[in-house]
Design a protein around this ligand. Sequence first.
Ligand code: ADP
Ligand code: MG
Ligand code: MG
Length: 873
Amino acid sequence: EKYVYRFGKLHTDGDKSMKMLLGGKGANLAEMSTIGIPVPPGFTISTEACQKTVNNQMSWPETLDKQIEDGVRHIEKEMGLKLGDRKDPLLISVRSGAAVSMPGMMDTILNLGINDRVVEALIAKTGNERFAYDSYRRFIDMFGDVVMGVSHEYFEEAIEKLKKEVGVEQDIDLTAEQLRELTDRYKAIYRKVTGHMFPDDPMEQLKFAVNAVFNSWNSARAIKYRQISNIHGLIGTAVNVQAMVFGNMGEKSGTGVCFTRNPATGEHKLYGEFLLNAQGEDVVAGIRTPSDIDELERLNPDIFNELLGYTHKLEAHYKNMQDIEFTIQEGTLYILQTRNGKRTGTAALKIAVNMVDEGLLPKEEAIRDLVEPGHIEQLLHPQFKEDALNGSTILGKGLPASPGAAVGKVVFDSKRAEEAEEKGDPVILVRIETSPEDVGGMSSAEGILTSRGGMTSHAAVVARGWGKPCVAGCSDIVINYKARSFTNGDVTIKEGDWISLNGNTGEVLKGKKELTNPEFGKEYRRFMNWVGEIEDMQVRANAETPEDAETARSYGAKGIGLARTEHMFFKPGRVKFMRKMIIANNEVERRAALAKLLPFQKQDFIEIFEVMEGLPVTIRLLDPPLHEFLPQEEDEIKEVAEELEVSTEVLKDKINLLKEFNPMLGHRGCRLGITYPEITEMQTRAIIEAVIELKKSGKTALPEIMIPLVSSMEEFRNQRKVVDDTAKAVLKEFGETADYKIGTMIEIPRAAILADQIAEEADFFSFGTNDLTQLTFGFSRDDAVKFLPIYMAKGIIKQDPFQVLDEEGVGQFVQAGTRLGRMTNPNLKIGICGEHGGDPDSVNFAYQTGLNYVSCSPFRVPVAHLASAQAVL
Ligand code: ADP
Ligand code: MG
Ligand code: MG
């Protein structure tokens, strides 16, 4: 079996389509090698090798040993160097890389292959003793940390101590002699902590390193990152072994990262940072402040232009904005990585629209590949009110690393951020810099503030990926972890104090600033128009107020898929009559109370129909158990009793009578209308009278009356008759005609598998996937919080089925209901309402199942539009 895939000038075995097997980094290194990008040669050990090794107590599959040796021979041949050689030694890097990028999550080791003899050879060959020892000490540090778990901090302490001793500030000010001394001290640390000598056989070093990378796949932080980012279905990480090129050879060398376009704004201009005389993660580690990429144009225009050329080539090749890592070794440029760059929602839209305009790719591909539903969602996030920032105390200004507005209470560590989230407290995570250990807290926080690090620092990259506001490298503030405070010299902010972050400008403000809804730019509108041309399944909204309906319509909803009438009864002034209706002793009293509710209900419908003029509005008849409308607390009961003009005792008796052991399975849904048909009558009358009212002013209302919680054809038939008879009677009374439809929710498994019977009488179905999920799993949605998180942590279920439709189980009921329903009623209109209507995967499922529409909350409508179009492509 093949585990090792070469890349280089002479032989390349992989390509960009092989991400699952070679990881993103490996697949792209191979691709770049074949399209003429200068990539140091190397080979990739497949994710399968990782999986087999991890599953087999870390023993390698049969031929891996030999294949890796051949791989090393391949690099040696391309480079004309030899691993461990005393004259022309080859140094290599060992780099992790899974199919999905996980910034900084797993480990990289540079300069592997050095030992006491090799370092002499490097000095003899380059005449650069400083470089040789700089590489050596870095190797011991990384190898110790990654392979043997010798904390990087020990090495940091040692270098700090040495710098103090010799009186220099920066790592680069250390002389060759001092770096040699540091190398010895590092070796001593290694020996002390591990109890072993530093291994000097390069092949042995390599084996250890490969295993360490394999192991890092299952490190706690990597597992956590995958959990938070919802990454499933990957088998392991690939390992890339590659010839080293050196950015630490002096002032003509350096290393950097760049984006082909601005990842925060989308502006079409090379964007990035670099450091001279540096290696690897120096740029992102925040040890030295990197220079802006524009600076490289001034320092070395030839190299800059060469880099620019490659960025254009890569962008055109991948048809996507690229995030590129490069190294310059004594005036020669090498590209070490490319991948599709993470970007903000604003940037995603601008890049997509610009790339289509530039002719780089057609609209369809831009919709499919360049904008994710999460990007659209980000744009719907609040911003600061224009005047909210007037007269604010600005605590400092850092880099606008990830846009958006965030307000929260300051916390200084990730653990507290996670605790706060559990309590529902909004927090801002404030750190000197973040590391992969912090991802839990970063995910819990509303926003992230760091005092060190650039636009490509860990905090910035992760925050942009998640669409979380971030201000990075705010050097105006000094953070004191011990005192749990930070200060800008004038003002001191303590843990728990409110601050506001403006990720668009980099400003950090004191206090809790007011937020407002976002505005959409012209790129958004153009893009969403393209989406509209492609999508083939309607998006409707769940809305029951004119305001929500307005929002939904402005976001392009093609109707209302679910108007819950019970919400209308909770409004002040009405709930009293609702309660009167509920505590009525007989039909006469009940009808009297309902008669009072009628005008309210009618007015509600008039307002909604007006906003949704010409579009269908699905109205669900009363659904929840009635006890939900009654007071529970002692003093409230007293108050309500007075209002209803009954004694407290009478009301209490009524409340007790209505108590149910399991209200969600109790007297609710169509069961209410069947036992009290006058409720259905009143609601129908309100709907039809509203339609007539609109008709008077020349407007069309298209009501779709929906019977909830049906489990049999007989139930539906019963309620359909009440609705139909009432509607006809009202129309006759007014001498009018009107179109209306009568349908049902399919939310009980029994209804789904008897859908053929129900469909004979129904005009439409709407899958109520919330209840359907609840009843299919037998999980109470309100109680599942007690065990769902544990189920997910233990891998018993992958995702919360109340958020992402469980295609395997619940999905079967949706498919069966659709198939059976259309069998007896080919014209049946079918949709989905419930939380799932706005979840991209569930939208895709709905499209594949052949539904006519999805319905979701107004703010999810644009997301559902994009997901609906992507389902087509
Ligand atoms: P990550 O996945 O965390 O970005 P990488 O494998 O890309 O880790 O390695 C981090 C950095 O190490 C790279 O950006 C590059 O600067 C440096 N590096 C890796 N391999 C080499 C190499 N062969 N030669 C020079 N530098 C390298
Ligand atoms: Mg790494
Ligand atoms: Mg990298």
